[in-house]
Design a protein around this ligand. Structure first.
Ligand code: ADP
Length: 467
């Protein structure tokens, strides 16, 4: 499975949690609401019927003058009259109340399911249920007990859907609002996660750069803040500063030590010369000392060049350099080396310009050509070719020398690495490391293609100058 980023994982986690919470809320709303609704309907049914009980009275005789409220309703009943007060509610909140005789004969009021309730026995002060056309109704009966009203019943009816209306309204609103809130939370969370995690990405980028030895000066810049991420960035920056300091101190030490070693080595070499003059030639011991002294001298110079490039890169200014011309000159000069009778052939494309430091690029090219001589065979060949392809200048140095085994090829650019020191002919193991460092310093790179016993090709590529 593809690895998920921390941002996606966090968002996914709380999205799932939110959806579960919402589902749970729905279930709760539905069940609680249902119970509440049922209770509310029953309560309002009972309350309406009970209230209506007091609105019915029986009179033997009526004298209309006694009643100033002519909104009241009078019905002839038994041997007198029923007075239905105007506060009697036939219908309130879809709760219907009707007055019946104990035989089930309708007297007054309203009952929308009258034909269905006819069969239903009266049951005092209790709630009964009946389903009509698939719809549930609650029925509440109340026997009237006041004088003259014996044998009369009030029957209240209410449909369950009446309450469901209120319920579905609430549910519908939450059904729309809750997913919207969840969506907003997920989108918001996704962006907040991005904001919160982006400094971590910066920290990891900075650490990666430093790991590649690219840029120890790099710092994580995520602005002001006091949260854990900012503290982490501060800690990292502190660590990077310490690393930079100790790295610089180490380079400085190498630089100082190399510098200090120059004089004693120069004295040793001078003494070798002196001894030659005194003795009229060099004996084997002196020759060995001189050879090793020269090697040490090269080593010191290479180490100094490294540390200079690392400590003072500003020392090497870049200019628009005619790489074609530089290659021509170097090839001409180096073709004069008649070592092992090797011939150097050059094929240089004209007018290739790069933005570079000529001293460093010369050193890079001469290192490659020198190696081709050093590891070339008697009477062998070196082919130097410069060409440009799609904005890139490519310089290849090919030889038909001893070649490099495949498993060694990734090591040869390491400092002090030598495949076989006995064959390196006074080399220091720093030449290719230096060449590769110079290439990187210019934003270019060096690669090798070699077959053991057949020869090697080193290719240096660098971006061409734009204007
Ligand atoms: P050295 O001073 O030993 O030449 P380099 O850094 O220049 O050090 O090269 C590292 C190793 O790579 C050498 O020891 C050598 O074995 C190998 N090498 C470099 N160039 C060539 C080449 N043109 N042909 C064969 N081997 C080479």
């Amino acid at each position: 499975m593809k690895r998920l980023s921390a941002r996606v994982k966090i968002t996914l986690w709380f999205s799932i949690a939110l959806v579960l919470i919402v589902l749970l809320t729905y279930v709760l709303i539905i069940s609680v609401n249902h119970q509440v609704v049922q209770k509310t309907i029953r309560d309002s049914l009972i309350e309406t019927v009970e209230n209506n009980v007091d609105e019915i009275e029986f009179y033997k005789y009526i004298d209309t003058n006694d009643f100033d409220d002519d909104l009241d309703f009078f019905l002839q009943y038994d041997d007198g009259y029923l007075e239905i007060d105007d506060d009697f509610l036939d219908e309130v909140n879809q709760v219907y109340t009707a007055l019946y005789t104990s035989d089930g004969e309708f007297v007054y009021g309203e009952n929308i399911i009258a034909s269905e309730t006819v069969k239903l026995e009266f049951s005092d002060s209790s709630v009964q249920k009946i389903t009509v056309d698939g719809e549930l109704y609650y029925i509440y009966d109340k026997q009237l007990e006041a004088k003259g009203l014996e044998g009369l019943w009030l029957r209240g009816t209410v449909s369950e859907t009446q309450g469901e209306h209120d319920f579905t309204a609430t549910a519908r609103i939450s059904l729309i609002i809750l997913p919207l809130i969840v969506l907003a939370a997920i989108v918001g969370g996704f962006f907040i996660a991005k904001r919160v995690l982006s400094p971590i990405k910066q920290i990891s980028d900075a650490a990666a750069k430093i790991r590649q030895g690219d840029d120890l000066k790099r710092r994580i810049e995520i602005g002001e803040g006091k949260d854990e991420i900012h503290q982490l960035a501060d800690q990292f920056n502190g660590m990077f500063s310490r690393l930079e300091e100790s790295f610089k101190a180490q380079q400085q030490f190498v630089s100082d030590a190399s510098h200090e070693l120059r004089t004693p080595v120069a004295v040793i070499l001078a003494q070798c010369e002196l001894s030659e003059q005194k003795n009229g030639g060099k004996n084997d011991d002196i020759k060995t000392i001189e050879r090793q002294g020269k090697k040490m001298n090269r080593l010191i110079n290479d180490m100094l060049s490294f540390t200079r490039m690392e400590l003072n890169p500003q020392r090497y200014s870049f200019e628009k350099l005619d790489l074609s011309e530089l290659c021509e000159t170097l090839c001409f000069d180096m073709s004069l080396i008649k070592d092992k009778n090797i011939t150097l052939e050059a094929e240089i494309e004209g007018s290739i310009f790069v933005n570079a430091n000529s001293e460093l690029i010369s050193r890079l090219i001469s290192n490659l050509i020198n190696n081709a001589y050093r590891y070339g065979n008697q009477g062998g060949h070196i082919w130097v070719k410069l060409e440009s392809k799609e904005g890139i200048a490519a310089l290849s140095v090919k030889d038909d020398g001893i070649g490099i085994a495949r498993e060694e090829q990734q090591n040869i650019f390491r400092r002090f690495y030598q495949v076989d020191s006995s064959r390196s002919n006074g080399g220091t193991g720093l030449g290719l490391a230096m060449a590769s460092e110079i290439a990187q310093f210019h934003g270019g790179e060096i690669s090798v293609d070699s077959v053991l016993g057949q020869g090697s090709t080193f290719i240096f590529t660098i971006k061409k100058s734009v204007d």
